[in-house]
Design a protein around this ligand. Structure first.
Ligand SMILES: [Zn+2]
Ligand SMILES: [Zn+2]
Length: 436
């Protein structure tokens, strides 16, 4: 039942209105331009259009209702040995492990099997179980709208040139009379149809390409980073799910529109295993943690999307994404992981029991905590070590931890410091082994 309530949202309601509008206007014009009662061609044309219009609505509703398939909350694999769990990502929101190819959707607030993207038009995620219906919806919408474009354009042509055809025509041309309202409705219908053909057509192209590669939009990013990470290594990263074009297609596009597989275990290519991609994701996350920097907020920010009070440049160059903006107060600490010229993206440091607060904020509201405390830290460092030797970032963080009283704000420094210690220890171990 929950799936049905998803229709009460601007996305599905707008989509249904567009489908209905185009269908009714096209039917109205078809009856005048190519009447089904006059010829077999006319009948075939109208029936074909009605079938496509019906299929569009049917696949749309099923893609919305079926949903992508969510992992159960607190999910664990059946054979949850330490070795397996060690290779999986953990979702703090769902309090469970993420199966291979599953990702957490912020809008659905659940981990989604083989998540592709969250689609506002179906107010649901596109993933493992509704990928077939979603692709069929796109295909029938584009084909239906192509027929609609032909029918509406011809009707407008004959309707607007009616006087000319009355005098110079053969008398066999369709006689179409537009009132002001039917003309506006037809023009709007034509505009919508052209829009659908272009926008949905592009989406269909990308979806078919993704299905043929067996690679979702999210996996495109992961693979791009994996290839870059392995660029200097002898063994290049092998994407585990690309089984060849036809096998990939057959996994998603079936007559019942239901996919093969349970959305947890996947067929993989030779040389890969169930956890090849999850291990790579964990390593990419570790890299990201290493790149992260700590920023202190020096100027309040309301969380507005276009914060006019933060200056013109900030306001006209917002990050082009639907990711959240986070309100911040002076003194807050944010662990930044992405940088744009006027905006930063990061995790606000909160008390352990609070939910994660993550998003964008204007760059000039913050200073990098490292550079702000640089002088003080270097002083502390030289005092305690009494030498001018080079200062590593981990050392500075360690010094900072002792000099800053409120250490809840310095979670990342502690973590970084911990990592530095671990790295040092492992390097020492390796070195001692070498000596032996
Ligand atoms: Zn989750
Ligand atoms: Zn979602």
């Amino acid at each position: 039942m929950r799936g049905l309530f998803r229709v009460f949202h601007w996305g599905p309601l707008t989509a249904i209105c567009i489908i209905k509008w185009i269908s009714l206007v096209t039917l109205y014009c078809n009856l005048r331009w190519y009447p089904p009662s006059n010829s077999l061609g006319g009948l075939a044309y109208t029936v074909a259009f009605l079938v496509l219009s019906g299929m569009t609505l049917y696949h749309f509703l099923f893609a919305m209702y079926d949903g992508p398939g969510y992992l159960p909350l607190a999910w664990k694999p059946d054979k949850a040995t330490d070795e397996v769990l060690y290779q999986l990502q953990y979702c703090h929101s769902c309090q469970g492990y993420k199966a291979p190819r599953a990702h957490h959707c912020r809008k659905c607030n659940r981990c989604v099997m083989k998540m592709d993207h969250h689609c506002p038009w179906i107010n649901n995620c596109v993933g493992h179980f509704n990928h077939g219906h979603f692709t069929a919806f796109l295909a029938s919408a584009v084909t239906g709208c192509l027929l609609s474009c032909v029918s509406l354009t011809c009707s407008l042509y004959y309707g607007l040139n009616r006087n000319w055809y009355e005098f110079y025509g053969t008398g066999k041309e369709p006689k179409i009379v537009f009132t002001v309202w039917s003309l506006i409705a037809t023009l709007l219908g034509l505009g919508l149809s052209i829009g659908v053909v272009i926008a949905v057509g592009l989406l269909l192209f990308f979806q078919l390409r993704a299905i043929m590669r067996n690679q979702t939009g999210i996996e495109d990013w992961i693979l791009e980073k994996a290839v870059y990470r392995h660029r200097h290594q002898e063994h290049k990263f092998v994407y585990p799910y690309n089984l060849g074009r036809w096998r990939n297609l057959r996994q998603v596009l079936t007559w019942s529109c239901l996919p093969k597989g349970d959305g947890i275990e996947w067929d993989v290519v030779e040389g890969a295993d169930q956890y090849t991609l999850t291990r790579e994701q964990l390593l990419q996350k570790a890299d990201k943690r290493d790149r992260s920097r700590e920023y202190e907020i020096i100027r309040e920010y309301s969380g507005a999307c276009f914060p006019i009070t933060q200056g013109f440049s900030v306001c006209i160059r917002p990050p082009c994404t639907d990711e959240p903006r986070i309100p911040l107060n002076k003194g807050d600490i944010v662990i930044v992981t992405r940088w744009k010229k006027y905006w930063l993206y990061g995790d606000k440091v909160v008390h352990t029991k609070q939910a994660r607060v993550r998003g964008w904020f204007p760059r000039h509201c913050a200073v990098e905590a490292y550079s702000q405390h640089n002088e003080e830290e270097t002083d502390n460092f030289t005092e305690s070590y009494d030498s001018g030797a080079s200062v590593s970032r981990a050392d500075i963080s360690a010094t900072k931890n002792t000099s800053v009283k409120n250490n809840t704000h310095h979670r990342s420094s502690v973590a970084r410091n911990q990592r530095a210690k671990e790295t040092n220890e492992s390097t020492k171990n390796l070195e001692s082994k070498k000596k032996k």
